[in-house]
Design a protein around this ligand. Structure first.
Ligand code: FAQ
Length: 312
């Protein structure tokens, strides 16, 4: 019985028919999706912190308005994603607890600091650029609610990337100090951005199964290569350099070759030893504790409303 359900499930996936929350699915498929979608949601929310650091110091009202809008978008992405994960039978409370207890991950990239204004441009251009490349294929992921959430997220990410590039473009045409700030931000964000795509394919425990289930549509290394090819061209428009002496166009492969990624650094960041891991988790824990009275009040209000007396 189970085998035939599993076969029917895989046939649907192979035919590109979306799997919906009430459809039968293998337990491991459900768990893999909960893991990936909730980690994606946590990344969006934790990802607001490095940028939030610059709201009060944006160099103009225009930049401040753009930054505020972008950060609000990230909160919205977190909400769509938590909602998509909830359709798999996990509560939002449980997901938060997994994050706060360290059982669920969030993207390694958000454990790096935003030291100068140029970092905000670099996040938009490079971090959102990497996020879009990863997320456009996820619009075709096999689980319906995740795929539909991604369509809207990608539209917003595309604005995020452009504003980041435009902000760096202005700096790159500015004074010597502005140019050097721009180059410094690119130098610091480049390698961590390459790590965002996850471990190399031959060390990625989840890729084979996730690709068979069409949760993932393109492998970690293939997406990383697309990113390198895209950014290696865009950086020329800025008149800046990527911090990789081995970056070189390979005419035979029609791709850029790039240097060795420091996977020890990635593993340290995942273990909680990145430059800002402790700060990020402290901020999320504080937000959870500070919000206790709101959750409590909302629960009591909902209870009263159910009993027909919202004002007492
Ligand atoms: N950081 O076997 P794989 C954004 C973990 S959103 C931390 O290859 P998988 C928007 C992985 O979870 C950025 N952990 O895993 C924004 C697994 O551990 P686990 C987030 C990582 O799932 C912009 C283990 O390593 N985007 O930036 C990372 O098949 C600006 C083995 O890896 C998404 O989450 C990492 N970088 O592939 C917001 C996209 N990479 O869970 C604010 C959806 C790997 O078994 C400002 N997610 N790990 O304990 C995905 O596409 C996939 O989950 C991958 C990893 C590709 C991230």
């Amino acid at each position: 019985m189970e085998t035939s359900l599993a076969e029917q499930f895989q046939q649907k996936v192979d035919l590109e028919i979306k799997i919906e929350p009430k459809d039968w699915m293998p337990e491991k498929y459900r768990q893999t999706l909960i893991r990936q979608i909730s980690q994606h949601a946590h990344s969006e929310v934790v990802g607001m912190l490095p940028e939030g650091n610059w709201i009060s110091r944006a160099p103009s009202l225009r930049r401040k308005a753009i930054l505020l809008a972008k950060i609000q978008d990230e909160a919205g992405h977190g909400l769509y994603l938590y909602s998509a994960a909830e359709t798999l039978g996990i509560s939002r409370d449980e997901m938060y607890h997994q994050l706060l207890s360290g059982r669920a991950k969030y993207s390694s990239i958000f454990n790096y600091p935003t030291l100068t204004w140029a970092d905000i441009g670099a996040i938009g251009w490079l971090v959102d650029g990497a996020a879009i490349l990863n997320q456009v294929p996820l619009c075709r992921t096999s689980f319906g609610p995740y795929a539909r959430a991604m369509v809207r997220v990608c539209k917003e990410e595309s604005f995020h990337q452009r504003q980041g590039f435009e902000s760096l473009w202005i700096l790159s045409k500015g004074t010597a100090a502005q140019k050097s700030m721009c180059q410094d931000a690119i130098n610091r964000w480049w390698w961590p951005c390459l790590m965002m795509f996850g471990p190399p394919d031959d060390e990625s425990p989840n890729t084979i199964q996730s690709m068979q289930w069409k949760i993932k549509r393109i492998s970690n290394d293939a997406l990383r290569q697309k990113f390198v090819d895209m950014i290696a061209e865009q950086v020329k428009i800025l008149g800046m350099k990527l911090p990789d002496p081995d970056l070189k166009w390979n005419e035979t492969e029609k791709h850029y070759n790039y240097g060795k990624i420091n996977w020890d650094e990635f593993s340290q960041v995942l273990k909680g030893n990145g430059p800002c891991n402790k700060e990020r988790m402290a901020a999320r824990t504080k937000a959870w504790e500070d919000g206790a009275w709101v959750r409590e009040a909302a629960t009591v209000y909902a209870e009263k409303k159910r009993n027909g007396n919202p004002n007492s």
